[in-house]
Design a protein around this ligand. Structure first.
Ligand code: SF4
Length: 212
């Protein structure tokens, strides 16, 4: 059984999959409390329903988009806090879904199914949790995975830049996203251009479209 905050259908707003219709499973609970968290309602497991994997899969079948939509994102909160999530990945892969995982990088990725695309949100200093990253996870990041930095301050920007310089990361899918209200996407874009960084500017498409 898994604590599920929400199951919904929307446009994928972030990552290299931005723009595609996607079904989301938002699991409840998180081990961090980032100041800028925009899914605070999912942090408390009291705001959730306890569902079996079968019930989650039925809900995914019955929401919009029908069977045509094969892209599913497991997000949170922090999905990897719940042990049964690994079985959920396995079941979804068995059913030929294309599965994305959004995780904060603090919990081991070792048991995540190889076919799941991991989107790892490396916490920068303004989150208050930049020391929590599990560096052993670097060895589980493959070429199809994505590494994201949410940047709200200059300190965050230099932290992200140094992180990429110091650590060997196998994927070239690197995303810098601005924290809404702290740094504009334009300012972040200008920094990326000035420094000639090979990273993708992340824009939260679902927010621009005012979708969930
Ligand atoms: S890790 Fe993600 S879900 Fe958890 S508090 Fe931070 S932003 Fe929110």
């Amino acid at each position: 059984m898994l604590y599920v905050n929400d199951i919904f259908y929307s446009i994928q707003g972030e990552s290299s999959f931005a723009g595609y219709p996607c079904k989301f499973v938002r699991l409840a609970g998180c081990n961090l409390k980032c100041g800028y968290c925009d899914t605070k309602e999912s942090l408390d497991i009291n705001n959730s329903s306890l569902l079996s994997i079968g019930e989650i899969i039925s809900a995914l079948h019955s929401i919009g988009g029908g069977n045509n939509i094969r892209l599913i994102e497991i997000t949170g909160g922090e999905p990897l806090l719940q042990e049964e999530v690994f079985d959920l990945f396995n079941e979804l892969i068995k059913l030929n879904y294309f599965v994305l995982l959004e995780t904060n990088g603090t919990i081991s990725l070792k048991k995540v199914h190889k076919k799941v695309v991991k989107i790892i949100d490396v916490k920068c200093p303004s989150s208050g949790f930049s020391k929590e990253f599990n560096y052993e996870n670097l060895k589980y990041i493959g070429v199809s995975d994505e590494v994201k930095f949410v940047i709200g301050t200059n300190e965050d920007y230099y932290f992200a830049k140094d992180f990429l310089k110091i650590n060997k990361i196998k994927t070239g899918k690197l995303i810098f996203s601005a924290v809404e209200g702290s740094m504009s996407s334009k300012e972040l874009a200008e920094k990326i251009l000035k420094d000639g960084l090979n990273v993708r500017l992340g824009i939260q498409l679902h927010k621009i479209l005012r979708l969930k």
